[in-house]
Design a binder for this molecule. Structure first.
Ligand code: HEC
Length: 132
């Protein structure tokens, strides 16, 4: 009994460690590929075709996701203030797709659950870029 508890405790520690190493799957690959097209059309002019920055800051790499950056902190700026020339002017699904694309470019894996506008706005999940 005790031994079983110890084993399952050890296993859950491993699960936690694995979770820290692998970022969560927060979007679908269909969203990310749709987001690539929306980005090229509406964002690349300021943020660069490869998200490396230009008139606007880079949206990829460690400098982009500094301490305290969350899914919600990025998504709320993106959905309410971008594109800078037309804040909030895109559709909710276009903003979801853009966030998926930005997550993908920062090394997050695609999964089976789509990212959703309402949830992303206040999502406190840390956003830690895996991109070098
Ligand atoms: C006309 C230029 C311009 C366009 C177009 C534009 N942005 Fe921006 N963006 C900026 C500037 C400048 C900033 C930094 C100042 C600010 O936050 O307002 C910024 C900031 C951001 C940030 C916050 C970056 C950070 O470090 O926290 C995100 C996310 C973002 N933009 C995403 C987008 C997306 C997605 C699009 C396309 C829908 C887009 N932007 C279109 C100029 C632009």
């Amino acid at each position: 009994m005790l031994k079983t508890a110890a084993v399952s405790f050890t296993l859950s520690l491993f699960a936690l460690a694995a979770q820290a190493a692998t970022p969560p799957a927060l979007y679908t690959s269909a969203q990310a590929s749709a987001g690539a097209a929306v980005f090229a059309q509406n964002c690349a002019v300021c943020h660069g075709a490869a998200l490396g920055g230009g008139g606007g800051p880079a949206l990829v790499g460690a400098g982009f996701t500094q301490a305290g950056t969350t899914i919600g902190s990025v998504f709320s700026v993106l959905a309410q203030q971008m594109p800078a020339t037309n804040p909030g002017g895109l559709s909710q699904s276009q903003y979801e797709d853009l966030m998926a694309y930005i997550l993908q470019k920062n090394g997050y894996p695609a999964g089976s659950t789509p990212i959703s506008y309402g949830k992303a706005m206040t999502d406190s999940t840390p956003f830690i870029s895996q991109a070098k």
